[in-house]
Write a protein that binds this ligand. Structure first.
Ligand code: NDP
Length: 297
């Protein structure tokens, strides 16, 4: 069987292209979609992620402002910045870059972001609406996975989707989407985690496998069934002799599933490019909601 590589870039490019006229229409009404990104501390990876997000926003004629707080900032300091941004009408999306330093209560901080500006979709109100099937903002990575499935015409309805990982930002919202009664859902979904006994016995049943465990190369060819469609969300650094000293690999051992799977997303270049794109989608949508609100007054 020839295994199709589900590259994220063409999907991401086509979604970004569809955003251009929406952004232009907003600018004509005097509104520039704006993201405020908060980073606490000096985690180099977080800085790179936020820089990449800012670049993508500028490229689409949107704004992005970064609020860099030092690693010793108190919870009150962070909440004060969030409150200010919640009340700033020029800001349409607020993102708190994770992970936060250990002394901070991530839950309390994420809960403080106004659900109307929660473009990451992590606020419990938005997660609840997603579960209910009436989403406000869909978390970016699972939303990106859905768009890849849609773009490549991978059937979902009636198939068995096996998700490996149950985090609040990937696994659980992925479950809520794939099990939902809508055109890109209607799957029968199994969700696995570290307490799952005999993981392979579940992944072998998956028509679709979503690997989101954060464990390098853990899904191998002998753990999948012939013809499975595999989405590899994982991004893991593995040390090597290259100049950088590491390479990025997914949770799926891509080489070993080639010829067995129907399709697989590459790492890098699969789900990765989709996450920022869906953040753009959520921020533009949030700005559009502001226009509707103003028009309704
Ligand atoms: P978390 O560490 O928050 O969650 C990992 C989940 O996987 C947990 O539920 C854990 O189970 C489960 N898990 C870990 N190891 C195993 C295992 N050996 N067998 C079964 N289950 C396992 O990670 P995230 O959800 O935040 O991220 C997952 C991966 O996706 C990471 O590699 C991350 O870098 C990547 N990622 C990529 C993004 C992108 O843009 N492409 C965006 C976000 C994340 P338990 O709950 O029992 O601990």
């Amino acid at each position: 069987m020839e295994t199709l590589l589900l590259k994220g870039k063409p999907v991401s490019d086509s979604i970004r292209l569809s955003l251009e006229p929406r952004v232009q229409a907003l600018i004509e009404t005097g509104i520039v979609p704006k993201l405020a990104a908060i980073i606490v501390g000096d985690d180099p990876a977080s800085k790179v992620y936020v820089r990449n997000k800012a670049r993508a926003f500028r490229k689409l004629n949107c704004e992005s402002q970064t609020y860099q707080l030092n690693s010793k900032s108190s919870e009150k300091d962070v909440l004060t910045v969030i409150d200010r941004l919640n009340n700033d009408p020029s800001v349409h999306g607020i993102l708190v870059q994770l992970p936060l330093p250990n002394h901070l209560d991530s839950k309390a901080i994420l809960h403080r972001v106004s659900p109307n500006k929660d473009v990451d979709g992590f606020h419990p109100e938005n997660l609840g609406l997603l579960l209910e099937g009436n989403p406000n903002f869909i978390p970016c990575t699972p939303h990106g996975v859905l768009e890849i499935l849609r773009h490549y015409d991978i059937p979902v309805s009636g198939r068995h989707a096996v998700i490996v990982g149950r985090s609040n930002i990937v696994g659980k919202p992925m479950f809520a989407l794939l099990a939902q009664k809508f055109e890109m859902g209607n799957a029968t979904v199994t969700i696995c985690h570290t307490r799952t006994k005999d993981l392979a016995s579940f992944t072998k049943q998956g028509d679709i496998i979503i690997a989101a465990a954060g464990s390098a190369n853990m899904i191998t060819g002998d753990m999948i069934k012939e013809g499975a469609d595999i989405i590899d969300v994982g991004i893991n650094r593995v040390d090597d002799d290259s100049e950088k000293g590491y390479i990025l690999v997914g949770d799926v051992n891509t080489k070993s599933v080639m010829g067995i799977a129907n399709s697989v997303t590459p790492v890098p270049g699969g789900v990765g490019p989709m996450t920022i794109t869906m953040l753009l989608v959520n921020t533009v949508t949030s700005a559009e909601k502001c226009v509707e609100l103003v028009a309704g007054w």
